[in-house]
Design a protein around this ligand. Sequence first.
Ligand code: ES4
Ligand code: ZN
Length: 326
Amino acid sequence: ESLKRLIEQAPKTELHLHIEGSLEPELMFALARRNDIDLPYDSEEDARAAYQFDDLQGFLDLYYQGMSVLQTEQDFYDLTLAYLERIHADNVVHTEVMFDPQAHLERGVPFEAVLNGIERALEDGQRDWGISYKLIMSFLRHLSEESAFETLTAAEPYLERIYAVGLDSGEQGHPPEKFARVFERCRELGLKLTAHAGEEGPPDYVRQALEVIGVDRIDHGNRALEDEDVVRMLAQRNMTLTVCPLSNLKLNVIPEMSQHPMLAMLNAGLKATVNSDDPAYFGGYVNDNYRALIDHLPVSSEQLHRLLVNGFEGAWMDDAERKKHL
Ligand code: ES4
Ligand code: ZN
């Protein structure tokens, strides 16, 4: 209704987006043909039908499989431009794009091909559609600390083009403290820090992200609500949470959308934002995530406005740029 029209028309941010998770089956098949790679799906419809997940790991298996078609700089350009074209239609005016260099380096794709392709598309999107951006390089937490340090070394020549580092992939058994030293080095290098925490992992992983890593932002953070001390820490620091409703539903972080904790987060004074995570796999982009909340939660126009403003306040943008939108 009118709340949906308000959302569709409002300028928005996206603060939690894995570019490899924006690979739609149509482009996956086109790149598979171009690069002569076999896919385990008969058709685009067959791929979509396979996107039913029990948990985060079930998704990650298909996510790493799908990105095998990304081989050249042009592939990463095409991927990123398709994403930008799609979010421009949603009136997203600022996006912070995460990428997983280790998932490409281990397949023999050079760091430079990944970065150049993504960045060239982001520059074109800024020029043609006015979409501002930041790049976030994410470490895979199921791999070793040593592998994260090697990745940082590979990235070192390009760090002025990378704004922040993140921590993603399978959370359980891979706490933030495993990466305390590599994040400390990243901070010394002038990078902003974020980490997935409290998606599947316990509230203590959110606490570690805050107190051991000293993150500037938390990706997800849902399970922080299970621990009032962690909620208090998040609120005191005015910590932005990049929450992803459709992702939470598809990965069984919540049993149904009506159970989503978004309003509980706002009511607890937490700076929650709305994001898409892996839109090609989870069934929607930013506007779809807002619409899912409107359809299933008693969300007010004030709360929607708060979520939109939180997206700009939590964004890594210059104050001059932010003021244009607030
Ligand atoms: C991810 Cl939803 C999610 N969680 C953790 N790691 C990821 N990588 C890509 N999507
Ligand atoms: Zn994520």
